[in-house]
Write a protein that binds this ligand. Structure first.
Ligand SMILES: Nc1ncnc2c1ncn2[C@@H]1O[C@H](COP(=O)(O)OP(=O)(O)O)[C@@H](O)[C@H]1O
Ligand SMILES: O=C(OP(=O)(O)O)[C@H](O)COP(=O)(O)O
Length: 404
């Protein structure tokens, strides 16, 4: 039994404030539909069916980045998934928000504006301090209960993720409960055979964290994406550097260089690195180059090449368990999806125990028609999933337990 309240403990017909995580990829200002909408639609529909007045809070992007946009598009996408109208107000706790909240009828749903547009939201503070903010003090009296369903933001101590638990009876939502239970149980699972982790993405600190913290659990890390290039740079290859307008690799290299060099020197047998890469040629087509033929970095590499796919695939096929964190290429572009799609597909074809994690990475399945049923678990969380796998605490879950 979980040590926090769940929706089973929530009486129907209440005024309920719900924190979800609809943080999504944004391409040219357009919010991209993804698994998060689908998952949260279950929580939202269940609450509306129970005659609650449902008010949703969520964040999008980080201030200063291109993906820091309004949630107006999210309301439209969520509405399609829930099959019920979703009202939207471009305010968080000002007069317009309060008016919209007070005007809700039983079974109606309202989404507030991006919580990160409120000054009170972002600094990491403990729950009690956040509870004193104007944000929490203005909204909390308008509700009977707080439901936290934002598992993928459960490693963030922000006003909307931890502050309301101090002021209102608090419950874990369906996504929070399921993801927390599952990922925690996976962290405790023992496997007799080979355990493999496919990792990539664009955050090398995530990959370093798994390589450092899952040394006992994982036998082989198959590395791709930006971390793959950075590991190779640590081995002395001329890859993993920014070129032209690129602004992806050099900063990460400065931050992680010492750790990467240490890992390639002392733990080289624990991971496999790419032996070739794919890039966009002058005609705009996918082209590939072997690592040994790269004299200097002249282009951005956007996927692992087919030699690498062929080297990684048998390791996946002989594994008893495979975990995925991060795509090995820019799978959003069909030309550079081969590595991610072919390897995740291979995992689904074997009968190994498998978990695919990462908000972006999980989107590969829906984009390329891979059946979620072929994997034991598909997590819509990235950082929080890694925290769970590596046995680190999730501040939001601690707060849910403390205020149960
Ligand atoms: N070689 C690459 N160059 C640039 N971006 C990459 C590369 N490989 C993977 N990516 C990007 O990494 C993103 C996923 O990274 P990350 O945020 O770490 O994973 P997740 O959200 O699944 O936890 C994808 O959007 C993908 O396009
Ligand atoms: O998408 C998220 O994280 P994830 O990419 O690690 O799954 C969460 O919404 C947290 O976002 P943040 O990392 O900007 O705090």
């Amino acid at each position: 039994m979980p040590e926090y309240n769940t929706l089973d403990d929530l009486e129907p017909g209440q005024r309920v404030l719900v924190r979800v995580d609809l943080n999504s990829p944004v391409e040219d200002g357009v919010v991209q539909d993804n698994n998060r909408f689908d998952r949260y639609s279950e929580t939202v529909a269940a609450l509306a069916d129970d005659d609650h007045k449902v008010v949703l809070m969520a964040h999008q992007g980080r201030p200063g980045r291109d993906d820091f946009v309004s949630l107006d598009q999210h309301a439209e996408i969520l509405e399609e998934h829930v099959g019920k109208p979703i009202q939207f107000v471009d305010d968080i706790y000002g007069d317009d928000a309060v008016e919209a909240i007070e005007g809700l009828e039983a079974g109606e749903i309202l989404l507030l504006e991006n919580t990160r547009m409120a000054d009170d939201e972002l600094p990491e503070k403990d729950a009690e301090e956040h509870a004193e903010s104007d944000f929490v003090q203005t909204l909390a009296p308008l509700f009977d209960a707080f439901v936290n369903d934002a598992y993928s933001a459960a490693h963030r101590a922000h006003a909307s993720t931890v502050g309301f638990a101090v002021e209102l009876p608090t419950y874990a939502g369906l996504v929070m409960d399921k993801e927390y239970q599952y990922n925690t149980s996976v962290a405790e699972k023992e496997f007799d055979g080979q355990v493999t982790m496919l990792c990539g993405g664009n955050k090398s600190e995530d990959v370093i964290s798994v390589v450092n913290n899952l040394e006992e659990k994982v036998d082989t890390f198959l590395v791709g994406g930006l971390p793959g290039e950075l590991f190779l740079r640590a081995e002395g290859y001329p890859v993993g550097m920014d070129i032209g307008d690129m602004d992806l690799l050099d900063d990460q290299w400065d931050e992680t260089k010492d750790t990467l060099e240490d890992l390639v020197e002392n733990r080289r047998d624990d991971f496999e690195l790419p032996v070739d890469f794919a890039y966009e040629d002058a005609e705009g087509e996918r082209a590939e180059i072997a690592l040994e033929d790269i004299d200097e970095k002249e282009t951005g590499y956007l996927d692992i090449g087919h030699e690498t796919i062929e080297a990684y695939e048998p390791i996946i096929r002989e594994s008893e368990a495979v975990f995925v964190k991060g795509a090995v290429g820019v799978f959003e572009d069909e030309r550079f999806a081969d590595g991610t799609v072919e390897l995740i597909e291979a995992i689904g074809e074997t009968d190994c125990f498998s978990v695919v994690g990462g908000g972006d990475t999980a989107r590969t399945l829906s984009l390329y028609g891979l059946d979620e049923e072929n994997y034991d678990h598909v997590s819509i969380a990235g950082g929080a999933y890694l925290n769970a796998l590596t046995g680190q605490e999730l501040v939001v879950v601690d707060v849910l337990k403390k205020y149960a």
